[in-house]
Design a protein around this ligand. Sequence first.
Ligand SMILES: Nc1nc2c(ncn2[C@@H]2O[C@H](COP(=O)(O)OP(=O)(O)OP(=O)(O)O)[C@@H](O)[C@H]2O)c(=O)[nH]1
Ligand SMILES: [Zn+2]
Length: 322
Amino acid sequence: MSKPKQRPAAPDAAVLEPGLVVATYGRHCLVETPEGRRLICHPRGKKNQVVVGDQVLWQIAGDEGSIEKLQARRNLFYRQDEIRTKSFAANLDRVLILIAADPEYSESQLARALVAAEAERITPIIALNKSDLAQPFAQAWERLAPYRAMGYSVVPVSLSPRSPVADDGVAALCEHLTGHTTLVLGPSGSGKSTLINRLVPDAQVETGEISQALNSGKHTTTSTRWYWVPSLDRSEARTALIDSPGFQEFGLHHIEPTRLADCMPDLRRYLGGCKFYNCTHLHEPGCAVLAQVEGEQSAGTISARRHRIYAQLFEELSQQRW
Ligand SMILES: Nc1nc2c(ncn2[C@@H]2O[C@H](COP(=O)(O)OP(=O)(O)OP(=O)(O)O)[C@@H](O)[C@H]2O)c(=O)[nH]1
Ligand SMILES: [Zn+2]
């Protein structure tokens, strides 16, 4: 009597190791082990497409690794590089939106980034850089008044190490970052590299190493990267910054237009007070949101600019569904 054939043991079960995705480019990524070793990994199959911040299980395959399992994500931040290329980061505590007195920031882009963070319930922080440029800074600070009023932390900073400003605000900003994982976003020229270089002394070395490891130096400037910030670690939690290039239009396609007002704290306050339960807050009579929009005759709590941004986004998100 022949013995029933034994099924081979699951080949990989014993050798799967945990890791953190610290950089991505195209199909490959860099994974850091709990001991701090970094190696190139390739996702197995389409399903395991990873983003920076992902926790994975991987196994060795030659001198590189193969990602076998993607652990469940706490959140996933969406943004869009080009029409079709989306890139993300996962498992974030904070999104830092770094804008500057100069170049002038786009309020629409700021609003989009905030909506994207709210949709994933990630706490946003706004930092306004270049406080040494007194006049443009005062103007930019004033434009941010609605964002302060709706409860966001808006931190004035002067990140340039040569800054002549006595209190450069960096300590206050660091308070928000300590012990957390923060995705840093901002338009070109706002000071993202200046911030990373200031808080991560080895950033340039690390960037070089990552470029070398990924063996595509010319492309890696467009990738998203994870940096540890040892100087801000707390005993119970490490501090990390994720640097993501550009501040292009955000694809907010994953948000239903009817959810939009709920992702804008100044509008959210009044939801539930409208006459119609399916109010779009654009033109309906008895709309509690519209009643609060600042006008020539009325002094509401919602700025007219913010309501215009809401209306534009609402239309854009509605069109995508046709
Ligand atoms: N006046 C002033 N200039 C600053 C300050 N912080 C940064 N800068 C300057 O602003 C310019 C842009 O800073 P970067 O750190 O390169 O900006 P970035 O956001 O990384 O820009 P991209 O790489 O294009 O995305 C540089 O010339 C910095 O020296 C500041 O606090 N005050
Ligand atoms: Zn309404």
